[in-house]
Design a protein around this ligand. Structure first.
Ligand code: ADP
Ligand code: MG
Length: 308
């Protein structure tokens, strides 16, 4: 188990993380989410041992993760870290990059392993291509495959799909997370993209104000968002009578206590996002067809607890 206890850290005088504690079970997929600058990348780097903590400690099983002051070479053999800014050697091929950490004593195994990983990151056709000539997204995939080459017990991924275009993101995400689950690799992903979390993360931690604002399964946090920040991660929401109501919870009915006047309809694919006045408050709800400006509708709130 990964055990983070009372971790505090600052680069300069300003504290970045204060008294942060959590655990991650072997094989678990944990998402670390939070706004830009909330300390996601910093936390991953600390888990990797890239900096010394101001306070607290981090353990993976019986090993304490130590920073540069106590550990000459940063990192541990059981752990891999894929940075937000990946650095690859430009002049060698994709295949060579992935195989770099694999033993040449077992050429057959090396070849098979490389082929397997190329498939996971969907780069089979680029095995002989020089890294230098790849796009940003392709480089990101090489960095992922390289980290997986010598299978770690735990992998730390910082915004792993941020450079990859929407055409390939979905299948790549499924491949990579399925691979990690199948191989029982503990995975910690820092992201601000809910699509990296939903359907994949067993648990999520929300960082805010130097600390953990929420820690739970995506289902529980989604159905009972305790703060607006949690709700905003999952989608458009409104504050109605001081309660957090997702846009998709509002449905048009014949008549109700909530009378709204349409401001604008935004096409979103299988629905329209409708901006409307509810009294003096602007709200959003979802509707299958477009509504005209000035149209008056009545809304009811769909209760999420019925899914519990
Ligand atoms: P996130 O990944 O959630 O966007 P970061 O961990 O990168 O957040 O950054 C958290 C805070 O730490 C930010 O305010 C950032 O400016 C600061 N920070 C990040 N790296 C450094 C550094 N090397 N030196 C000083 N401050 C840093
Ligand atoms: Mg970051």
């Amino acid at each position: 188990m990964l055990n983070v206890k009372n971790l505090s850290f600052s680069y300069t005088k300003t504290p970045i993380l204060k008294d942060v504690s959590f655990t991650v079970a072997p094989g678990e997929n944990l998402a670390i989410i939070g706004e830009s600058g909330s300390g996601k990348s910093t936390l991953l780097k600390l888990l990797y041992g890239a900096y010394d903590l101001d306070f607290g400690n981090i353990h993976w099983k019986d090993d304490e993760i130590l920073g540069p002051k106590y550990n000459l070479v940063v990192g541990y053999p059981f752990m891999k870290y894929v940075a937000q800014e990946f650095d690859l050697m430009p002049f060698i091929s994709v295949e060579e990059t992935i195989g770099k950490f694999l033993s040449n004593f077992f050429p057959k195994e090396k070849k098979e392993r490389t082929a397997e990983l190329l498939e996971v990151v969907e780069l089979t056709n680029f095995s002989k291509t020089k890294v230098k000539t790849l796009s940003g997204g392709q480089k990101q995939r090489v960095a992922l495959a390289r980290a997986l080459a010598k299978q770690p017990e735990i992998i730390l991924l910082d915004e792993p799909f941020s450079h990859i275009d929407n055409f390939q993101k979905r299948s790549l995400r499924r491949n990579v997370f399925k691979y990690l689950k199948d191989k029982h690799v503990t995975c910690i992903v820092a992201t601000h993209d809910r699509d990296d979390v939903l359907g994949f993360a067993d648990r999520m931690i929300l960082l805010n104000n130097q600390n953990i604002e929420a820690n739970g399964t995506p289902e529980v946090l989604y159905r009972n968002p305790k703060t607006p920040l949690i709700a905003s991660f999952f989608g458009e929401y409104n504050m109605i009578n001081e309660k957090i109501i997702y846009a998709h919870q509002l449905k048009i009915v014949e008549v109700s206590e909530f009378k709204a006047t349409v401001i604008k309809s935004f096409f979103k694919g299988h629905f329209y996002s409708i901006e409307a006045w509810l009294g003096s408050e602007k709200i959003f709800f979802e509707h299958p067809v477009q509504l005209e400006k000035g149209e008056v509708v009545f809304l009811k709130i769909d209760d999420l607890s019925r899914y519990n």
